[in-house]
Design a protein around this ligand. Structure first.
Ligand code: ATP
Ligand SMILES: Cc1cn([C@H]2C[C@H](O)[C@@H](COP(=O)(O)O)O2)c(=O)[nH]c1=O
Length: 196
């Protein structure tokens, strides 16, 4: 079973993911990955003026490698995989970043993925206000900006509307302990008795 954690920058995904890894025996992974593809992505994120379409394809290359090298093999072994960000990050973030370059950016990014990706079975959406996201993340790069995160949030809402059964919302403005327990219990409930 494949579980993804999604949300705006600063929503607390990584903090919860790290705590889960201390307590649970799931397979833990993340995007951008630690591979050289992930390094290229991080270099692009930190480059103001990087071409947004080129950045989309860097993120997508990292996803393709992540799928074939980590996610699919773990799922084939019957493991529960918990990933900190996955394909919805591309639909929401690059959907916002390439606005104006193609007619329907979110649909365009989804179409690029459709032939090869493996959609998550469950996606936990860490819900926070973009303003809180900017405060918590420290606005350290071009993505952690309020206006941009407002567009990203709108794209996430569109994805949730399209697939309400896949997404579970968690109020990520609660104290961290409450967010963590909510996420842990959702995953425990949804994975009970499941292997792949
Ligand atoms: N529920 C919470 N209440 C208050 N602060 C929080 C909460 N969750 C996380 N934080 C803090 O917010 C900051 C960002 O958290 P974290 O890195 O986990 O977010 P993230 O969703 O992984 O962001 P990004 O996608 O940018 O990596 C950290 O300093 C973390 O301690
Ligand atoms: C996977 C992915 C990520 N992003 C953005 C979201 C963050 O601002 C950065 C890095 O992610 P992290 O959780 O802080 O490590 O990259 C993106 O725009 N598109 C994606 O597909």
């Amino acid at each position: 079973m494949l579980v993804s954690l999604e949300g705006l920058d600063g929503s607390g995904k990584t903090t919860v993911w790290e705590r889960l890894a201390e307590r649970e025996t799931y397979t833990f992974t993340h995007e951008p990955t630690g591979s050289w593809y992930g390094d290229a992505v991080r270099q692009s994120i930190d480059t103001d003026g990087a071409d947004p379409l080129a950045e989309l394809f860097l993120f997508t290359a990292d996803h393709a490698d992540h799928l074939s090298r980590v996610v699919k093999p773990a799922l084939d072994r019957g493991e529960v995989v918990v990933t900190d960000r996955y394909s919805d990050s591309r639909y929401a973030y690059q959907g916002a970043a390439i606005e104006g370059l193609v007619p329907d950016p979110v649909a365009y990014v989804q179409e690029i993925h459709q032939p090869f990706t493996r959609p998550p079975d469950l996606t936990i959406y860490f819900e926070i206000d973009p303003e809180t996201g900017v405060e918590r993340s420290g606005a350290t790069n071009k993505l952690e900006q309020q206006a941009f995160l407002e567009s990203v949030e709108a794209n996430y809402e569109r994805l949730i509307d399209a697939e309400p059964d896949r997404f579970v919302r968690v109020n990520a403005e609660q104290p961290l302990d409450a967010v963590f327990e909510a996420v842990a219990s959702i995953i425990e409930r949804e994975t009970a008795g499941q292997t792949d």
